[in-house]
Design a binder for this molecule. Structure first.
Ligand SMILES: C[S@@+](CC[C@H](N)C(=O)[O-])C[C@H]1O[C@@H](n2cnc3c(N)ncnc32)[C@H](O)[C@@H]1O
Length: 321
């Protein structure tokens, strides 16, 4: 559970950052944010989730072939787990399955448990924890001889800066044993206009998802953001190869956040950066695996929407020389 004090501290620190003000993307996912993200995944402009799901549906048997039974599945940031059913269903034909969705959003976990309850032979234990705490919880409970399969789907890895992503993947590796696996989703580079549309749909669902972060601060921390005086903005940074989501202030305005004991003044045109979505090239993934203690054993790329599912196997640590 995300404590209110941590939320207040993160908001104060992010908004007082010199240069570019920021708010951490983890706070986008309260109950409303989770529902809005779910709606985004159905938008025609956001092909990422459908590509991810197509790959899992088509290639689940080939992916699972690499993993000796019995397999325990942990999913980082599971969301509603809609796509995961294809893997779990295939695995359940082979053996009884223990599945641990890990998410900081209680409403995502509740929906996930509901969505996947139809699968017989799958025992679901939702963990309302952050990625690494949840994974550690699963890792210490696993029994000898079990293979741990960690799912990090939907290109959530793209929310980390590239260096932070590799640091995070090294931390994931530390919870695993040689032979365990990580199935990593990565959204691939595509024409800029197409990428931008995916994060700035004409219906305004992504804008609502982004603005809800300010509304959440108002609800939970006693903030007084006037939402009508902000607009959603998606931009592409060519150098970093990432989409950035911002909230642009339409006028000079002061905002007070009571629970954070904090007031700031935003200039007209100034933005608050709320999320980064890094894009990848399929050929750079095996190098990332090698640098973080894995071997990239397989890659499956969608033909309609450039997106890759990457199967990494935890490598044995190098012997000291
Ligand atoms: C972009 S959504 C992806 C959901 C799903 N995996 C998919 O591919 O559609 C990210 C999910 O991760 C969760 N999340 C974000 N930061 C997290 C963190 N630090 N620890 C655990 N869950 C987190 C959010 O609540 C959300 O459900």
């Amino acid at each position: 559970m995300l404590a209110l004090l941590d939320f207040a501290r993160a908001v104060r620190d992010g908004l007082s950052k010199p240069g570019q003000r920021e708010l951490p993307s983890i706070y986008l996912y309260d109950e409303i944010g989770t529902a809005l993200f779910e709606a985004i995944t159905f938008l025609p402009e956001y092909g990422l989730t459908r590509a991810d799901e197509r790959l899992l549906r088509r290639h689940a048997p080939a992916i699972l072939e690499h993993l000796p039974p019995p397999v325990v599945v942990a999913e980082l940031g599971s969301g509603t787990g809609r796509k995961t059913r294809w893997l779990l269903e295939t695995l359940a034909r082979r053996e009884p399955v223990n599945y641990y969705p890990i998410d900081i959003s209680p409403s995502a976990l509740a929906k996930c448990e509901q969505e996947l309850a139809v699968l017989g032979a799958v025992s679901i234990v939702g963990l309302e924890k952050s990625y690494l705490d949840g994974l550690q919880h699963v890792a210490v409970q696993r029994r000898p001889g079990q293979t741990l399969l960690v799912l990090f789907l939907g290109s959530t890895v793209g929310n980390f800066d590239r260096a932070a992503a590799e640091q995070f993947l090294r931390e994931v590796r530390r919870s695993l044993l040689p032979g365990d696996a990580l199935l990593l989703g990565t959204d691939l580079e595509k024409p800029v206009a197409e990428m931008l549309l995916g994060y700035d749909d004409p219906t305004g669902v992504t804008a609502a998802f982004n603005l809800n972060l300010l509304a959440r601060i108002n609800r939970e921390l006693g903030g007084d953001f006037a939402l009508r005086h902000f607009v959603h903005e998606a931009r592409y940074d060519e150098g970093e190869r990432r989409i950035e989501m911002h909230l642009r202030s339409l006028r000079k305005q002061s905002v007070t956040i009571r629970e954070a004991g904090f007031t700031c003044t935003l200039e007209e045109g100034e933005t608050i950066w709320t999320e980064a979505c890094h894009k990848y090239r399929v050929e750079e993934i095996p190098g990332m695996a090698a640098r973080t203690g894995f071997v990239c054993e397989g890659q499956w790329v969608d033909g309609e929407w450039p997106f890759a599912e990457n199967l990494w196997i935890a490598a044995a640590p190098a012997a000291p020389s």
